[in-house]
Design a protein around this ligand. Structure first.
Ligand code: ADP
Ligand code: ASP
Ligand code: MG
Length: 405
């Protein structure tokens, strides 16, 4: 007996039959004596559909109104599940983000959770209600509806689990857990029994969308055990937890790829102090996050600077840099949207050497050229041509012995 937060993603609530299936799973846990809070996503494809709908009305939808629109996806599924549970004679109630007191900042479309009151959730649990909360949405201190960024229901779930001090946050999705690589890209990917918060955070930020990165940040900060598992099977999934000793013995636990980046290069920039700040400052001021940066060695007092940014910001960043390039007297500026970042992750890297070199030679063997490299204590990332992303994932998966884990 305990308090369990169960989150169901878009494919798990994609149609009425699947919602019925979700209800049966929820009820089973409740009947075992647990208190249950359910967090739901919108039906698969609905959020994308709503974005398209908005774009049919106007090219650049107002961000506040877009959030009002997008929040309806989760409002729909929460209402459907709660009415179904009530029809099955279980006490239940749906709550929207503001009713659950999910307070966020004002960044429409990508809001951060500031605090969660959850008084109403607590009261309802005390009365043995199954509380169904619409994920992905909150409300700013002025009462405006906000959304938490794509995949944000994961963060709703973990944050609510933290606020309620739940025993576990179960994330039900369309795969059986967290794998060594995206199982839809690499057929030989293996399910991990457990993964540390830090590794999961790196993997999430590097393209493993199975959990939204902010949900893992919350889980780590508040020590919430997260269980990623399939809503279509009874198999145990993957526990996301604090690291233990045997995790260090595996050097690489995950291979990820992300195609959501673009590269901008400014050539023959006069090499003098402050130039990097002049180039990157306006990008930061525009709220665009720079990922990798490379500056080539100087020749004849000139240098080239290359950096990557999310592909969604590419057009805006190019516009900014064309202006900057003119101001600082650069020779040329060009960009490339067809790049991918492939990465390897593992806490074991802290205590093993030669990991990066092994990665580079595995890519070289496939004739894949490396354009940029970055490393952290527990990961190595390379930018490559986008068309090689899947091949690179499979090659690295094999090179680091994950095919036969
Ligand atoms: P949901 O709608 O349930 O939130 P998502 O589509 O957001 O589901 O996340 C699940 C998907 O994440 C899987 O279908 C899978 O393709 C993808 N994925 C990417 N990397 C991984 C990984 N390392 N392990 C498991 N799934 C992954
Ligand atoms: N429905 C939202 C999305 O598609 C949130 C989520 O599914 O987690 O991004
Ligand atoms: Mg998701």
């Amino acid at each position: 007996m305990g308090l369990i937060v169960m989150k169901f993603g878009g494919t798990s609530v994609a149609n009425p039959e699947r919602i019925r299936h979700v209800a049966r799973r929820v009820v089973r846990s409740y009947d075992q004596g647990n208190n249950v809070v359910v967090i739901l996503s919108a039906m698969a494809g609905v959020t994308d559909g709503l974005i398209q709908l908005a774009k049919q009305v106007t090219d650049l939808p107002d961000k506040r109104e877009l959030d009002v629109l997008l929040a309806t996806g989760e409002q729909t599924t929460a209402a459907l599940l709660a009415m179904l549970l009530k029809s099955m004679k279980y006490p239940s109630m749906s709550l929207l983000g503001y009713q659950a007191e999910v307070v966020t900042d004002k960044t429409f479309g990508n809001a951060r959770i500031l605090e969660i009151g959850a008084t109403r959730i607590r009261d309802l649990i005390r009365e043995r209600h199954i509380v169904v909360v619409a994920g992905f949405q909150g409300c700013d201190p002025d009462g405006n509806i906000t959304t938490l960024g794509r995949g944000g229901s994961d963060t709703s779930a973990v944050a609510i689990a933290a606020a309620l001090k739940a025993d576990v946050c179960e994330i039900y999705t369309d795969v059986e857990g967290v794998y060594t690589a995206d199982p839809n890209v690499c057929k030989k990917a293996k399910k991990l029994k457990k993964i540390s918060y830090d590794e999961m955070m790196e993997m999430a930020s590097l393209g493993a969308k199975v959990l939204q990165i902010r949900s893992v940040e919350f889980a780590k900060r508040y020590n919430v055990p997260v269980h990623v598992r399939s809503s279509f099977s009874e198999e145990e999934g993957t526990m996301v937890i604090n690291p233990d000793k045997d995790m260090e013995s595996i050097v690489v636990t995950g291979v990820t790829s992300s195609k959501n980046e673009a590269r901008i290069t400014i050539t023959k920039v006069p090499d003098k102090p402050g130039i990097a700040a002049k180039i990157l400052g306006p990008i930061g001021e525009a709220g665009i996050v720079v990922d990798m940066i490379i500056q080539n060695p100087e020749t004849d007092g000139k240098t080239d600077l290359t950096f990557t940014i999310p592909s969604g910001n590419y057009r805006e960043a190019m516009q900014i840099e064309k202006r900057v390039a003119g101001e600082i007297g650069a020779e040329d500026i060009f960009g490339d949207e067809n790049i991918a970042k492939v990465s390897i992750t593992g806490v074991g890297m802290r205590s093993h050497s030669g990991v990066a070199a092994k990665m580079f030679s595995a890519l070289a063997k496939e004739n894949i050229n490396i354009q940029m490299i970055t490393t952290s204590e527990i990961r190595v990332s390379c930018v490559i041509e986008e068309k090689y992303a899947e091949l690179a994932v499979r090659a690295l998966h094999k090179a680091f012995g994950l095919d036969h884990l």
